[in-house]
Design a protein around this ligand. Structure first.
Ligand SMILES: NC(=O)c1ccc[n+]([C@@H]2O[C@H](COP(=O)([O-])OP(=O)(O)OC[C@H]3O[C@@H](n4cnc5c(N)ncnc54)[C@H](O)[C@@H]3O)[C@@H](O)[C@H]2O)c1
Length: 305
């Protein structure tokens, strides 16, 4: 799929406009790999792609979860997309490369690579073990690199395709108490936005996805020392409800079709990003206060919550 000449700006159309019945047009017949597709945002991306007619390989380190998602995607009468599942650990460069080769052999090429798998750790950074540092770098950075390394040359060969990298608002703005996560997501943003300039000359699009809190299992993972991730993400972003992953997926597919540099959802996150660029010092002060308040609440326990 040759990406359009879309604006290199953040996604302006909100994901909250409702779900289209027919899915996003423009993906019919395209081949796609989604990593971390067994849950949350990856599963929603896979559903949206199949609804739009794409042939999707839903992959995850958890093969049961990936299979369940692929089996649950049951195309309607007017939908020609397909889904199948594969176990894939994105930290295994050879396995990622082998899967890309498989899809190319099957479909004649790989049109879309969604490097989406990710993990998080929450809490005070001094408590992270080196093993935890290694794990988050391996999955969130090296995992994305493996996807780009395997898929990008193949897309260059055909002069078409899109790389879609799931980063986070934590890749655009600092985020204390999820510091290791924010570090890895800044790396993904740097990779995606820099690669765009090179990839454009080859007819390959690159889109970086930067959502605020999305209603997925990750909000309840990565806890350290009583740190309540879900509470942190929501209150830190001043929102009561996390985003619906299916609505985010629709926004992402629109962004990919327009070859947008960044898809940032929801609108509030775009405002936060603007504030970060306008006044990093103000954001630093706000974040420092927020970290202090979060630690105090944690240390006081449920009674003080
Ligand atoms: N949910 C949010 O609030 C939010 C916000 C911003 C960005 N993100 C990012 O979105 C992406 C998807 O996360 P999610 O919210 O859907 O979380 P999730 O936990 O629901 O899904 C993540 C999936 O990745 C898989 N995974 C973990 N390690 C893997 C590995 N080594 N190889 C392959 N798969 C692996 C997990 O098994 C899981 O199915 C992540 O990169 C995450 O950082 C999430």
């Amino acid at each position: 799929m040759r990406p359009g000449r879309g604006r290199a700006t953040n996604g302006r159309r909100g994901a909250g406009r409702g779900r289209s019945r027919s899915g996003t047009p423009g993906f019919a017949g395209r081949s796609a790999i989604v990593t971390g597709g067994g849950s949350g945002i990856g599963a929603a991306l896979a559903r949206a792609l199949v609804a739009a007619g794409a042939h999707v390989v839903v992959t995850d380190i958890d093969p049961v979860a990936a299979r369940r998602v692929a089996e649950e995607i049951t195309p309607g009468a007017t939908v020609t997309g397909t889904a199948r599942s594969e176990a894939l650990d994105v930290t295994d460069a050879r396995a990622v490369s082998d899967l890309v080769g498989e899809v190319v052999a099957e479909h004649g090429g790989l049109d879309l690579m969604f490097a989406n798998a990710g993990i998080t750790w929450g809490g005070d950074t001094e408590q992270l073990t080196l093993g935890q540092w290694d794990a988050i770098v391996d999955v969130n950075i090296r995992g994305v690199v493996h996807c780009v390394h395997a898929a990008y040359p193949e897309m260059i060969r055909r002069g078409t395709g899109s790389l879609v990298l799931t980063a986070s608002m934590g890749g655009l703005c600092p985020a204390g108490l999820i510091t290791s996560y924010a570090m890895t997501k800044h790396a993904v943003v740097g990779l995606g936005l820099s690669l765009r300039a090179e990839a454009a000359g080859h007819g390959v699009g690159v889109t970086v996805v930067c959502p605020a809190a999305v209603d997925t299992a990750i909000l309840d993972k990565g806890e350290l020392d009583g740190f309540d991730g879900r509470h942190y993400y929501l209150e830190g972003q001043g929102v009561r409800e996390p985003l619906d992953p299916d609505l985010l997926a629709e926004s992402v597919l629109r962004g990919v079709l327009g070859n947008r540099a960044l898809v940032i959802e929801p609108a509030r996150a775009r405002a936060t990003w603007r504030l970060q660029r306008l006044s990093p010092a103000l954001m630093d002060t706000m974040l420092t206060r927020y970290v202090r308040a979060t630690r105090r609440r944690r240390d006081e326990g449920p009674a003080g919550a």
